[in-house]
Design a binder for this molecule. Structure first.
Ligand code: URA
Length: 178
């Protein structure tokens, strides 16, 4: 399915209760032919207002991490597990994730990235279950013929500034894989 069509489907999706409280859907943005897809947890307030992923404080960190390895946001495709904001940024519910993952897998099939970057435990959990982030970050894992790269969510750096260098190293590893 073409990405535009997937995004149209997302815009009119009413498969879970988040469709009642969202302002805008946040399907994702970037290069539809990118080798890299970055996956976060769910849109926040800023994203719900703009319809664009990672446009708040965590987004600024993500932009800096990409720039650190000579990439720009438009070179990659950025999205999240959920395409609608959970009220008060609460954690995604199981049934919301189950529905929304269908959109995400359609995006994987359309974009066909070389690596899918799972940012943070929440994104990782829905693909692999629980992983030990401190041991597994910066590594590649395979599942169902797809390559996943494990790293921290950029928001983690907002709370633990000393993680910045660690995550920069992850991005350097990722860049070398391309
Ligand atoms: N955090 C996410 O996981 N996704 C966004 O789009 C914004 C913040």
């Amino acid at each position: 399915m073409k990405l535009e069509l997937i995004h149209k489907k997302i815009a009119s999706c009413k498969k879970c209760e988040l469709s009642k409280t969202r302002n805008l859907t946040v399907p994702g943005e970037g290069d539809p032919n990118s080798k890299l897809m970055f996956i976060g947890e769910a849109p926040g307030r800023k994203e719900d207002e703009t319809g664009k992923p990672f446009h708040g404080a965590a987004g600024k960190i993500l932009t800096q991490l990409l720039e650190h390895v000579g990439m720009e946001r438009q070179d990659v495709f950025i999205t999240s597990i959920l395409k609608c904001r959970p009220p008060k940024n609460r954690l995604p519910k199981k049934e919301e994730v189950a529905e929304c993952l269908k959109h995400l897998y359609s995006q994987f099939d359309s974009i066909k990235p070389k690596y899918i970057v799972l940012m943070g435990n929440s994104a990782i959990k829905h693909v692999f279950g629980k992983l030990d982030m401190s041991a597994e970050h910066g590594t590649v894992k395979q599942k169902d013929g797809r390559n996943y790269f494990i790293t921290y969510h950029p928001a983690a750096i907002l709370y633990r500034r000393r993680l910045f260098d660690t995550v920069k190293e992850d991005y350097a590893i990722l860049k070398k894989l391309l």
